[in-house]
Design a protein around this ligand. Structure first.
Ligand SMILES: [Zn+2]
Length: 246
């Protein structure tokens, strides 16, 4: 294939834009800000589970306290009733003895229930503190996640903006190239994954860094300036310039 020597120079501008676009795409795929969001989301999920667990614990304890309160109340009512009966003097001596026994037993039961209630209240304090710590942790984790998301969005917006600018620059360069040369370039670019042309600098292909010697170098030297040359190693179009060392 032949193409104007000066048109071939433009392939280097195209390659520069493709390098920039490839780097931007890579940056987009490997953004540390994306990983930071994932880590923040994980922390938020952990704290969220902690809150649910602490809330359940606090609710269970509150229910337990309520049940004990009700038990204490029942015992108290029974005591009042027995005491009234005793005080009324309308019961037989045998019944009086039975009532006295029952009252003693009720008092022991009440003391026992009150002990249990005290212990529960201590556990409630611990549970409330745990809940409050989990809620605080969740709030902080949420803020961290939102901040991380903002940083990620800023980074992505920056990449999108730069990509747009490089894409526009590439389109402009591509518009100045003949269809066959551009088609060849794009085919090679698809194969290499980066660029379709490289500068021959100091007898080395800048695409793959291989240096030309002997007959290969002679072939490059003797080629017409308008010949489209390819690197035998990487397949890229070799663009010759004053720096080529020929
Ligand atoms: Zn090469």
């Amino acid at each position: 294939m032949k193409a104007d020597h000066f048109e071939q120079q433009k392939l280097l501008d195209l390659a520069a834009e493709d390098v920039a676009l490839t780097q931007l795409a890579h940056r987009g795929r490997t953004l540390p800000e994306v990983a930071a969001v994932e880590a923040a989301e994980e922390a938020e999920r952990t704290f969220s589970a902690d809150v649910v667990r602490a809330e359940t614990e606090a609710r269970d304890l509150a229910r337990e306290v309520k049940r004990l309160d009700s038990d204490v109340e029942t015992v108290r009512q029974r005591e009042t009733k027995d005491q009234r009966l005793l005080d009324s003097g309308s019961v037989s001596p045998k019944e009086m003895t039975n009532l006295q026994h029952e009252l003693d037993s009720l008092k022991r039961r009440q003391a026992d229930l009150e002990d249990q209630e005290l212990e529960l209240m201590e556990r409630q304090e611990v549970a409330d503190a745990a809940l409050s710590a989990a809620q605080q942790g969740l709030a902080t984790a949420r803020e961290d996640r939102e901040r991380a998301e903002q940083q990620r969005d800023d980074a992505l917006a920056d990449i999108a903006d730069q990509t747009k600018r490089h894409q526009a620059a590439r389109n402009e360069v591509a518009a100045g190239l003949s269809a066959p040369l551009l088609t060849l370039y794009d085919r090679i670019r698809t194969q290499t994954g980066t660029t379709g042309a490289a500068l021959l600098k100091a007898r080395s292909c800048q695409g793959c860094r291989i240096e030309f010697y002997g007959s290969q170098l002679a072939a490059v030297r003797n080629a017409d300036p308008h010949d489209v040359l390819r690197c035998e190693n990487c397949g890229r179009i070799l663009v010759r310039s004053a720096e080529s060392g020929l």
